[in-house]
Write a protein that binds this ligand. Structure first.
Ligand SMILES: NC(=O)c1ccc[n+]([C@@H]2O[C@H](COP(=O)([O-])OP(=O)(O)OC[C@H]3O[C@@H](n4cnc5c(N)ncnc54)[C@H](OP(=O)(O)O)[C@@H]3O)[C@@H](O)[C@H]2O)c1
Length: 345
């Protein structure tokens, strides 16, 4: 692995096209090492060394039409090692759309527009990996979706699925800070204990070992449910529709079941939306970044002081292992944001 301004030896992971109905596993990934001349940059282009990759559920869908094998595009904390762009000088730390590889030449204007300088944002008390998760696009998604479409009110009850994941952890804590009663579900007893004992959820249950309808009905109790923060997009929504109070809301933010290639599910009780005058609204973060500054202003000090907690996984290992880690991550093997660190920070 070298970059000496003349030659780059670059190890990269490729993903093969995964048939419909199959969850990704390690056999769908392979790594190759290419040694080639370092790119000669044109105006605005940068060359980055990738440091810490963020593993995100949507990644498997970034597949070019008609291809059978493709490089994998994800997000990464990276360091600029060559630059023709004054906004990103050599040495700068950036959040970068990078392929799963050691070095990425960013030249496409669209991808260049997605590079974010971290210099003014990073708080030295907070590990850089947090800028992939609680203080990255996932964290902003939660903060912005709750503020823009959540209409959270003190005393209400919110239920969050995949609550021990990157988005779920923050959603529960932000809702708690606004005075809501917070219920979460997760796929292991260890995650459930973490939600209750460390993040202060009022109730949590294991959706794999308990009957979801019984467990959620019990947790909700007489007060009923006011908001379902849906990160999974599966049959859970049918239970929520039955438990929601008048004027309740479903905030549809994630589709983890679809990433796992679970059979698509349509709720049979949509009439509840009419009877109870519910609001069922989707949220997508892309193009919604106008309040990013406010998010950093509000959430960074809370993370730095420990008032907002987050559990993440940082695996310090070779780039060639990312595919296997990704497949394990989708099946719930880790807690919180999963980062793969491939170089010294
Ligand atoms: N709308 C937007 O703009 C936006 C932005 C960012 C992310 N998202 C989406 O939000 C969702 C959550 O993202 P995340 O990064 O926070 O993921 P995450 O929850 O950290 O994802 C991994 C976890 O998902 C859980 N999981 C996997 N399959 C599941 C299923 N079928 N049902 C319930 N839980 C399941 C697993 O934990 P368990 O052990 O609990 O099963 C696993 O640990 C994803 O769909 C992501 O694409 C949306």
């Amino acid at each position: 692995m070298t970059h000496d301004n003349k030659v780059i030896s670059n190890t990269r992971v490729l993903i093969s096209k995964i048939p419909e109905g199959i969850a990704p596993n390690k056999s769908h990934f392979r790594s190759v090492t290419i040694t080639e001349p370092a790119p000669v940059l044109k105006e605005n282009e940068i060359l980055v060394q990738n440091l810490v990759f963020s593993l995100d559920p949507y990644i498997r869908y970034e597949f070019p039409e008609g291809a059978t094998e493709s490089p994998v595009l994800g997000f990464c904390i990276a360091q600029v090692i060559d630059s023709k762009n004054p906004a990103f000088p050599v040495g700068a730390k950036v959040s970068s759309p990078s392929h799963w590889e050691q070095y990425t030449h960013i030249r496409d204007p669209y991808y260049l527009s997605e590079v974010q300088a971290l210099g003014d944002i990073v708080d030295p008390k907070i590990p850089l990996s947090a800028y992939n998760g609680v203080l990255g696009a996932p964290g902003f998604t939660v903060w912005d979706s709750l503020n823009s479409i959540g209409n959270l009110k003190k005393g209400e009850t919110i239920y969050i699925s995949s609550a021990a994941g990157t988005l779920g952890q923050l959603a529960g804590q932000l809702a708690k800070r606004k005075g809501l009663r917070v219920i979460g579900s997760a796929g292991t007893d260890e995650k459930v204990a973490f939600l209750k004992n460390e993040l202060g959820f009022d109730a949590a249950f294991n959706y794999k070992t308990l009957d979801k309808r019984v467990a959620l009905t019990e947790a909700v109790g007489k007060a009923g449910l006011d908001i379902y923060y849906d990160l999974v997009g599966d049959d859970t929504v049918e239970i929520a529709l039955d438990l929601l109070n008048q004027r309740g809301r479903i905030l549809a933010v994630g589709i983890l079941a679809a990433h796992q290639n679970k059979e698509p599910y349509g709720p049979k009780n949509l009439a509840q939306i009419v009877f109870k005058q519910l609001r069922y609204e989707g949220y997508v973060v892309f193009g919604q970044y106008e309040n990013l500054g406010k998010f950093y202003e509000e959430v960074t000090p809370l993370v730095a002081s420990g008032e907002i907690k987050y559990k993440e996984t940082v695996l310090n290992q070779g780039v060639e292992t990312i595919g296997e880690v990704y497949a394990n991550f989708l099946s719930g093997a880790y807690v919180g944001k999963v980062n793969v660190q491939i170089a010294e920070l």
